[in-house]
Design a protein around this ligand. Structure first.
Ligand code: PLP
Length: 408
């Protein structure tokens, strides 16, 4: 008999995953080329060649104990040095290895930091729509997630409601920019406003509130959009980074946390994070992957391929009259459901073998997420299905397509 606590997870297993399974079922029925699966955020672009070359060279050149052995829970020292140096060059920060903890992806990093800071009943604020796994990660440590409702139509955080929802129990706030599921990049103005509210509330309650920047999509931005580095705006920021998307390595499970010297209770916090890495059972982030990413710090996946997909799909959605948040980053489009019930819209789309994830899976009903980290030819093949779907609704056709994303 499994634990009672686990039953609800088994019963309500992820909607995104369920759509992915549905895609496989439909592909069996209609042929893979006739199913248009936009449900999963699995990078479609291969890792840069330097990743494979580095792995081979490490395996040939490095001492095998070093590659395959245990190390300190925070990770290889020289890897953490290299990451700190690279961040300092890019963002003008002053980090050292003490500020870097290697993690098992962003998911591992979020769990490590939440385990380190949450006491039972502590509140963690997230801005809807948000990555639904946050609910599980916060519940893992008996925290309580508090959702701030979306700010429509720009999907920047709703600052007024945020200020109202902070209480003496608020321990952390998670922000994710570029955002999954909206593709929106939070502006510098938004970050400054968030930081100002947090400073004020820390004073008011006499508490420390950590701002956790969940950044797996930092490098995936288009049209020159800038993603502010949050430690520069608020001392109590902790960054959770991942190479899952920037180097297309989601299965390798590698990322890191940045805990700046200025963070409240710094010494205890870095020690707690290293211990959490151990006692959650990760022990350390995968060694070969640590050594690999340290050699690929200036590399990035081929953003141009995602950008081409973005332009193609966005143009079509607009032409058909769908309303969509301006997609500036990540590889998702956030589309308004033309009927109130987003699950009904997802079901309608499925009739044409189009697979999306309903907004309710991100605490934001009335929308759907379309992941465009797919083969470009699949987007092209899907246009007929999108046209049939659009024909089911009375969409307002624009007389001219408003170019919201710049032409290259
Ligand atoms: N945070 C967000 C917003 C994500 O979209 C994802 C993965 O899709 C993660 C965290 C987890 O990433 P990782 O594979 O690095 O654990």
């Amino acid at each position: 008999m499994i634990a009672k606590k686990m039953l609800k997870y088994v019963e309500g297993s992820s909607v995104t995953r369920a759509m992915f399974e549905e895609g496989k079922r439909l592909a069996g029925l209609y042929g893979a080329e006739n199913v248009y699966d936009f449900s999963l955020g699995n990078p479609s672009v291969a890792p840069p060649a330097a990743v494979k070359e580095s792995m081979i060279r490490i395996l040939q050149e490095e001492d095998s104990n070093k590659i395959h052995g245990y190390m300190s829970n925070a990770g290889h020292e020289e890897v953490r040095d290299a990451i700190a140096d690279s961040l300092n060059r890019k963002f003008g920060t002053a980090f050292s290895r003490q500020n870097i903890i290697m993690t098992v992806g962003a998911a591992g990093g979020l769990n490590v930091i939440l385990k380190s800071i949450l006491d039972s009943g502590d509140e963690v604020i997230a801005f809807a729509p948000y990555f639904s796994e946050y609910n599980n990660y916060v519940a893992n440590y008996d925290g309580v997630i508090v959702a701030v409702s979306p700010s429509i139509p720009d999907f920047q955080p709703n600052i007024a409601e945020f200020a109202e929802k902070i209480t003496a129990k608020t321990k952390a706030v998670i922000v994710n920019t570029p955002n999954n599921p909206t593709g929106v990049v939070y502006s510098e103005e938004t970050i400054q406003a968030l930081a100002a509210v947090l400073e004020k509330k820390q004073q008011e309650f006499g508490t420390a509130i950590y701002l956790i920047a969940d950044e797996p999509y930092r490098e995936l931005v288009y049209d020159g959009a800038e993603v502010p580095y949050l430690t520069k705006y608020y001392n109590n920021t902790i960054v959770g980074y991942s190479y899952s998307k920037s180097l297309s390595l989601p299965g390798e499970r590698i990322g890191y946390l940045v805990i700046p010297d200025e963070a409240d209770d710094f010494e205890n916090l870095v020690n707690a994070a290293a211990i959490a890495t151990r006692i959650l059972g990760f022990v350390n982030a995968p060694s070969l992957q640590q050594l690999t990413v340290a050699r690929c710090l200036e590399e990035s996946t081929d953003i141009a391929a995602y950008d081409a997909n973005r332009r193609l799909l966005y143009g079509k959605l607009k032409e058909l009259g769908f309303a969509c948040a301006k997609p500036e980053g990540a590889f998702y489009m956030w589309v308004k459901s033309p009927e109130k019930d987003d699950s009904a819209f997802v079901a309608k789309a499925k009739e044409f073998n189009l697979l999306f994830v309903p907004g309710s899976a991100f605490a934001c009903p009335g929308y759907v997420r379309i992941a465009y980290c797919v083969d470009k030819t699949m987007i092209e093949r899907s246009f007929g299905a999108f046209e049939k779907l659009a024909a089911c609704y009375d969409l307002e056709k624009p007389t001219a397509i408003r170019e919201e994303i710049s032409d290259k």
